[in-house]
Design a protein around this ligand. Structure first.
Ligand code: 4NP
Length: 148
């Protein structure tokens, strides 16, 4: 299974989602590959935001080696599932889909809720981590047909 996490900048939310999902998948020996990307290009080549690195480290996950990249159309070929954080990400990614099969790969990480952008508020990184962790656990349960 190959999973891509997408947000706007690929420095705050989707690096956390990549780190959490890879960590959980490894813990359960699922053999999944997880990556992340941003719909925007401002931070390409950069490491994740230090506040995301810190909150992940506080939960035992190292995301410091990740490198920001932009979402690209070929990601539809490379990944089985593409999870986005909010409704802007959803429409941006869906607008790049070339057909129904590609569009069907794209879903909100939290199903019917959004992961809010924490960029302008330091206090939102911990709640964002917890939202992402809950979403990743639900996705693993759904995709393997069992709770974790
Ligand atoms: P992210 O947060 O989408 O969770 O990575 C953002 C980070 C940077 C910017 C926007 C959102 N920015 O505009 O630079």
């Amino acid at each position: 299974m190959k999973i891509l996490m997408v947000c706007l900048g690929n420095i705050c939310r989707s690096p956390l989602a990549e780190g959490v999902m890879q960590h959980l998948a490894d813990e359960h020996n699922l053999g999944w590959t997880v990556d992340s990307a941003g719909t925007g290009s401002w931070h390409v080549g950069e490491a994740p935001d230090r506040r995301s690195v810190l909150v992940a480290r506080n939960h035992g996950i190292d995301i410091s080696k990740q490198v920001c990249r932009q979402f690209r159309r070929t990601d539809f070929d490379q990944f089985d599932h593409i999870f986005v954080m909010d409704r802007n990400n959803l429409s941006d990614v869906l607008n790049m889909a070339r057909n129904e099969q590609e569009a069907a790969k794209v879903k909100l990480l939290l199903g019917d809720k959004v992961v809010p952008d924490p960029y302008y508020d330091d206090s939102r990184f911990e709640p964002v981590f917890e939202l992402i962790e809950g979403g990743c656990k639900d996705i693993i349960a759904e995709l393997r047909g069992a709770r974790v």
